[in-house]
Design a protein around this ligand. Structure first.
Ligand code: PEP
Ligand code: MN
Length: 341
């Protein structure tokens, strides 16, 4: 970290800053210039409170060198983290495809979706049993019955299960039925929930908050990792902007950015990112071309009758076609995806 003192800051103010650094266990190296003094600080600066430092008398500016997150950062671990689920090595050169309905509605819907996505080449079945809804009259999911339906269909077709955990009280239940625990966008800053999934032994898919920055997403991942769970996949699912034509604005640029900043896999969710069925295949293709490690896509046998997110759900036929296109794009960007059920 570099601390820039104000022009002609008095020596006692410089000494005060130096003393603070020593007290924190860091090594301050003052560089005395003709006009101002700059203090280079050696050691792990992430323990410092930058706002406090900036407010110290005599301090003009503070420039951190390290990212505020550590375990999630590529500065700390250069190689990609690879998470193996159902034979797919997520974060390696392989592309992971997760697909299924927004919400589990009934056995027939999940069975039709599972058998179809499996034939298309997906290995992971998604479906919500606990749905985060703001209004109290919307469909909130089937709870435990939904988890049972999802698990049974996945087992029949050799698929893994990803489903959302909304509440700490459901953690044991979700642990029993899921292979990947999804933390939804609305819960990216539910710090107690993040702490809790930090101590389980199951991969986590952490979705970007509705209006969260990439740094905040990485800090939320850091929180889970700091509790011991290092198997985190990040998910770009769009953020709220002033645009009204789409549900969200897809942060396509966050995909290569996150690959630069972090070793964790990044999964794209073009369904929630666009909110519009016709935009899902082009944005899915774009995400893979941009370097995403995988996709999570809402697929429904009859999207117009879906109880949740029908507008952004694609049919099983559209999904089949999309997967074929992904298999063509993948090798062009030095990735692998082979369709075999
Ligand atoms: C979902 O995956 O259905 C969902 C609710 O996603 P998000 O948390 O990204 O809105
Ligand atoms: Mn949804």
């Amino acid at each position: 970290m570099i601390i820039v003192m104000r022009r002609q800051a008095e020596q006692k103010l410089i000494d005060h800053v130096i003393q603070e650094m020593i007290t924190q266990g860091l090594k301050p190296v003052p560089l005395i210039g003709t006009e101002r003094t700059v203090i280079a600080v050696i050691g792990d600066e992430r323990i410092l409170d930058i706002h406090h430092l900036r407010s110290l008398p005599g301090v003009s500016d503070v420039h951190p060198i390290l990212k505020p997150y550590k375990l999630a950062s590529r500065e700390t671990k250069y190689e990609n983290t690879v998470i193996e689920v159902n034979g797919v090595r997520i974060g390696s050169e392989e592309i992971a495809i997760m697909a299924g309905p927004c919400a589990v509605e009934n056995e027939d819907q999940v069975e039709k979706t599972a058998s179809s996505i499996k034939k298309s080449g997906a290995k992971i079945l998604r479906g919500g049993a606990f749905k985060p809804r703001t209004g109290p009259y919307s469909f909130e999911g089937l709870g435990k019955d939904g988890l049972k339906i999802l698990r049974a269909a996945a087992d029949r077709h050799g698929l893994a299960v990803i489903t959302e955990l909304m509440d700490i009280r459901d953690i044991d239940l979700i642990m029993e039925y899921a292979d990947i625990i999804q933390i939804g966008a609305r819960n990216m800053q539910n710090f107690t929930l993040l702490n809790e999934v930090g101590s389980v032994k199951k991969p986590i898919l952490l979705k970007r908050g509705l209006s969260s920055t990439v740094t905040e997403l990485l800090l939320a991942a850091e929180r889970i990792m700091a509790k011991g769970n290092l198997e985190i996949m990040l998910c770009e699912r769009g953020i709220r902007t002033f645009e009204q034509e789409t549900r969200n604005t897809f942060g396509l640029n966050s995909i290569p950015l996150i690959k630069e900043l972090s070793h964790l896999p990044i999964i794209a969710d073009p369904s929630h990112a666009t909110g519009k069925r016709t935009l899902v295949p082009p944005m899915a293709r774009a995400a893979i071309a941009a370097g995403a490690d995988g996709l999570i896509i809402e697929v429904h046998p009859q999207p117009d009758e879906a109880l949740c997110d029908g507008d952004q759900s694609i049919t099983t036929d559209t999904f089949e076609q999309l997967v074929k296109e992904i298999a063509v794009i993948a090798p062009a960007v030095r990735r692998k995806f082979t369709i075999k059920s």
